[in-house]
Design a protein around this ligand. Structure first.
Ligand code: SAH
Length: 236
C-alpha cells in the first residue's frame, strides 16, 4: 500500500462517502500520534502496527458504510482505548458530537493529547468505568448511540449502555434504501469471530427491542484482515 490515506479515501468514495483533503490530513496525523503514543503505553497491539489503516481505521469507520444513522447524532465511544472507533468516526463524520470514555486514566491522557494536537471540535473525554458513569445524571440519557469495539460481552455492553441512551424524533434523510437503519437509542458494537453465543445471550435480556447482526459487505471490506467481522446493533 503506497499511500494508505489515499487508499482509504478511494474506499470511502466507492462507498459514497466524500472525504476532503483536510479530513484525510487529520486522519493521517491521528495515525501518526496513535503510533507515537503506542510506543509509550499499550493502545493497540504491537503486531497490528503495520496494519493500522486496515485493522483499525477502516474497521472503525465501517458503521458509516453499513448503517444509516441520524444526522448530528450524539455518540459515546465506550472503552475507547487510544480513540477507536470514536476518533476516526468523528473525523469522517464531523457532525457527530462525540464523547470518548475509558476506565484507564493514562489512555484518556493520551487521547486528550492526541485530540489537542488534531484540533478537533465537538469531542470530549472522560475517564471512569462505564457502569459508574451511567449513574451520573449528566451522562444519563445523553447519547443517541453508544459505539464500542473490543471491550466486553454484548450482554454487559447492553446493560451499561441503556442508561446512557435516548431516542429521537428526528427522521432519517431520504437516501437510497441501502444500509441497516439504526434508529436511536442504539448500541453499535464492532465484533469479530463467532458472535452467535453472545448474540443469543443478549437476545435473552428483557426489554431490548432488537439485536441485529450486520455482516460487513461494503466495497473494500474484504481487506479487513479477519474477514468475519460483524456489526451488532442493539436497539432499546
Ligand atoms: N476500543 C479500543 C480499546 C479496546 S481495549 C480499541 O478498539 O482499540 C478495551 C478498553 O476498554 C480498554 O482501554 C479498557 O480500559 C476499557 N474498558 C474495559 N472495561 C471498561 C469499563 N467497564 N468501562 C470503561 N472502559 C472499560
Amino acid at each position: 500500500m503506497k499511500d494508505p490515506a489515499l487508499w482509504l479515501r478511494t474506499i470511502c468514495i466507492s462507498n459514497g462517502l466524500a472525504v476532503s483533503d483536510k479530513q484525510l490530513d487529520i486522519l493521517s496525523k491521528y495515525v501518526h500520534l496513535l503510533l507515537e503514543w503506542n510506543t509509550k503505553i499499550n493502545l493497540i497491539s504491537r503486531r497490528d502496527v503495520d496494519n493500522v489503516w486496515t485493522s483499525h481505521i477502516l474497521h472503525s469507520i465501517s458503521p458509516l458504510f453499513e448503517l444509516r444513522l441520524i444526522p448530528q447524532p450524539s455518540v459515546l465511544d465506550l472503552g475507547c482505548g487510544g480513540g477507536l472507533p470514536g476518533v476516526p468516526l468523528k473525523i469522517l463524520n464531523p457532525d457527530m458530537q462525540m464523547t470518548l470514555l475509558d476506565a484507564t486514566r493514562k489512555k484518556i491522557t493520551a487521547v486528550q493529547d492526541i485530540l489537542e494536537k488534531l484540533g478537533l471540535e465537538g469531542v470530549d473525554t472522560v475517564s471512569g468505568r462505564a457502569e459508574d458513569m451511567a449513574r451520573i445524571d449528566s451522562y444519563r440519557g445523553r447519547y443517541h448511540y453508544v459505539v464500542v469495539r473490543a471491550v466486553a460481552s454484548l450482554a454487559d455492553l447492553a446493560k451499561w449502555s441503556r442508561s446512557f441512551l435516548r431516542g429521537t424524533t428526528e427522521l432519517l434523510p431520504e437516501k437510497p434504501k441501502v444500509g441497516f437503519v439504526a434508529m436511536p437509542p442504539a448500541l453499535i458494537a464492532l465484533k469479530g469471530g463467532d458472535v452467535q453465543k453472545e448474540v443469543n445471550e443478549a437476545r435473552n435480556i428483557a426489554g431490548l427491542q432488537s439485536v441485529s447482526v450486520v455482516t460487513m459487505k461494503f466495497k473494500g471490506s474484504e481487506r479487513l484482515l479477519e474477514n468475519d467481522k460483524k456489526i451488532i446493533v442493539i436497539q432499546f
